[in-house]
Ligand binder design. Structure first.
Ligand code: PMP
Length: 352
């Protein structure tokens, strides 16, 4: 007979991240990772790290990294929150800022972690469908709600919205906290960080995982009013004071200070994205106008699931979502030019 204690175990459907393969020679275009190495300055910071210092806890406030981020974005240190990747930052934000009985709201096609956190933290939610063109309609967000979260640019659609969209959203949501998830903004999106000075209820989140090639270190941040940040700090310090480790503090700071390298790699990825988009369109694909480090594509009369599986046999990993409305689309992370040439060659072969 089953013991009664099993009845008390949490039963929850978790988020499924992009597959990590142990295989050596694959072309990995499935998790929106950066194909270029982290800044040489960040690498140097890790090499020079005094491992003796690891016996001490890190600075719980990660002050030196926080100050570097504050300087970079021209905000005060009290306007910056740090976490173990932006997943951690957003999870803290859900717990800290979404405490209404009203549902929080986000688009139907978006980062699939949001509904998982809602389930985990018992937060009611409601989706507004994006348009047939996959654009988010700001007017939907006029309805009273318990909070708003929108990635800008959105994932997996790759589409970004401009400042006017965010201003509208803020205008319609004076009584709710609005979170803009800017995981992909550095690849051509429009950041709302500046607007956090105008709207005390706006929180912008960011990550070092994509544009700074540091997914493995897990550094995420949020920028907002001192009021919002102090609540995030209080919640974080109620479950884990040390979410950013000592090595990440040093390497993250070095990465922020190396702006030339950062701009150079982002621009390289943008150039490759534009070239791949054009070539995919020549092959008959519909490719959305991406402002991210990935593209979202489909092709009339062709199964994207089959193409995804075919490419896997060629050791090229892309992402396919078995989700209504987008179940004939694939999401392809932009790799190096060489990787994308091999990808295009195989797609050309498949289309034939
Ligand atoms: N937001 C969006 C929209 C994402 O796609 C991701 C990456 N899966 C994240 C946040 C979290 O990234 P990280 O935890 O690596 O900062």
């Amino acid at each position: 007979m089953e013991r009664l204690w099993t009845e008390n175990l949490r039963d929850i459907e978790p988020y499924v991240p992009g597959e990590q393969s142990g295989e050596q020679d694959i072309i990995k275009l499935n998790a929106n990772e950066n194909p270029y190495p982290p800044s040489p300055k960040a690498q140097e910071a890790i090499r020079n790290f005094d491992t003796q210092a690891l016996r001490f806890y890190p600075n719980a406030n990660a002050t030196s990294l926080k100050q570097a981020i504050a300087d970079y974005y021209h905000v005060g240190i009290k306007n910056v929150f740090l976490g173990n990747g932006s997943d951690d930052v957003i999870a803290v934000a859900f717990q800290a800022l979404f405490n209404s009985d009203l549902p929080i709201v986000f688009p139907d096609l978006t980062y699939s972690f949001y509904p998982v956190w809602c389930a985990l933290f018992n937060i009611p939610y409601k989706n507004y469908p994006v348009g047939d063109d996959f654009r988010i309609n700001a007017e939907d967000y006029r309805e009273k709600n318990g909070g708003v979260i929108i990635p800008n640019p959105n994932a997996p659609t790759s589409l970004g919205e401009g400042r006017a969209f965010v201003e509208k959203l803020m205008d319609y949501n004076r009584d709710s906290v609005v979170i803009i998830d800017e995981a992909y903004v550095d690849f051509g999106g429009e950041s709302s960080v500046e607007l956090t000075k105008k709207y005390e209820n706006l929180l912008v989140t960011g990550t070092f995982s994509k544009s700074r090639s540091l997914a493995g270190l897990r550094i995420g941040f949020a920028i907002g009013s001192e009021k919002l940040i102090s609540v995030l700090e209080a919640v974080k310090n109620s479950y884990n004071s040390y979410t950013v480790d000592a090595v990440s503090i040093e390497a993250g700071r070095a990465s922020i200070l190396d702006d030339a390298y950062f701009k150079q790699t982002c621009n390289k990825i943008i150039r490759t994205r534009e070239r791949v988009t054009a070539q995919m369109r020549e092959l008959g694909f519909t490719v959305l106008d991406s402002q991210t480090n990935f593209i979202f594509a489909t092709r009339d009369g062709m199964s994207m699931k089959d193409m995804f599986e075919y490419l896997k046999t060629k050791k090229i990993y892309i992402r396919y979502f078995s989700v209504p409305r987008i179940d004939n689309y694939v999401r392809i992370t932009i790799g190096t030019d060489r990787e994308m040439d091999v990808f295009l060659e195989n797609v050309r072969e498949y289309v034939k």
